[in-house]
Design a protein around this ligand. Sequence first.
Ligand SMILES: Cc1cc2nc3c(=O)[nH]c(=O)nc-3n(C[C@H](O)[C@H](O)[C@H](O)COP(=O)(O)OP(=O)(O)OC[C@H]3O[C@@H](n4cnc5c(N)ncnc54)[C@H](O)[C@@H]3O)c2cc1C
Ligand code: FES
Length: 274
Amino acid sequence: MEGHILTNKPRVTAVRQIRRESTDIRTIVVQDERCSKATPGQFAMIWAPGIGEAPMSLSVMNGEGLCGFTVKPFGATSNALCSLKEGDLIGIRGPYGNGFTPIYGSSLLVGGGTGLAPLIPLAKVLMEKGGTVTLLLAGRSGDDLLFLKDAEKLLSDSKHKVAVTTDDGSYGVKGVASDYAAELLERETYDMIYTCGPEPMMKKILILAEEKVIPVQASLERYMKCGFGLCGSCNIGSYLVCVDGPVFTSKQLKEVSEEFGVSRRDSAGRKIQI
Ligand SMILES: Cc1cc2nc3c(=O)[nH]c(=O)nc-3n(C[C@H](O)[C@H](O)[C@H](O)COP(=O)(O)OP(=O)(O)OC[C@H]3O[C@@H](n4cnc5c(N)ncnc54)[C@H](O)[C@@H]3O)c2cc1C
Ligand code: FES
């Protein structure tokens, strides 16, 4: 009971550090004991005072008080978060959701854009468990690629791999992540595929994985108001993304195939095309 209260109560904290990940994307690091101990794939509700609140995947968790999230500017809240300066105050509650379930074997991680945010801490956990990791990073162009240096440093041991695709070919292999993932799946065997990013990309990854009979864990985004199962704004099929997800298994994704990669709800609850 006390744990739930402490998780859901917004904590006001000052921005400790701002990392510039690309021209417009920033990682904001703050002090928050609870979120610093989160599981990769869990998210926090981040409040920009006077503007709004939005769910953000945790991209930094040092287990000792520091955590961070990586924001791309879209609307009012994300723009306000991207404009923060060190010392500015934000609100944080959580961590929420289930997070990824780590396995011990060989994993393929596929992420696009800010979808890469939870995959870097996940790669760390998989490596700590003795697993082998191939991380496929995708971006529109070389300038949009996130966490490339972090990934290369983390996965520098030759048993791991970092692969890169860009839509315009300005870095790595030219093309989309799912096409390169298809090539990898022809050459290598994996025990699990983890993915986070644009839903059409994740849907293609699910189809490829089904053909090779490899299980998938995919992290979904839906509009969220409460973050802990009260408002229903984040529903997909019979699930609530904030409590049943944001990470869903292949079996669950097939159950919601009419909505996965097809539609989501807007802030007023109307279904809109993805
Ligand atoms: C579990 C979870 C984890 C998330 N993690 C991150 C993260 O790590 N980093 C991050 O930047 N965002 C993340 N998001 C998305 C984030 O919560 C917001 O939706 C996004 O920042 C826009 O919010 P806003 O209030 O600024 O814009 P809004 O006012 O909600 O939207 C402004 C415009 O942007 C569009 N838009 C909103 N979200 C998206 C989107 N994801 N893709 C494309 N267009 C969009 C809207 O349709 C609208 O047209 C996550 C969402 C969920 C559910
Ligand atoms: S965000 Fe309110 S139920 Fe999921």
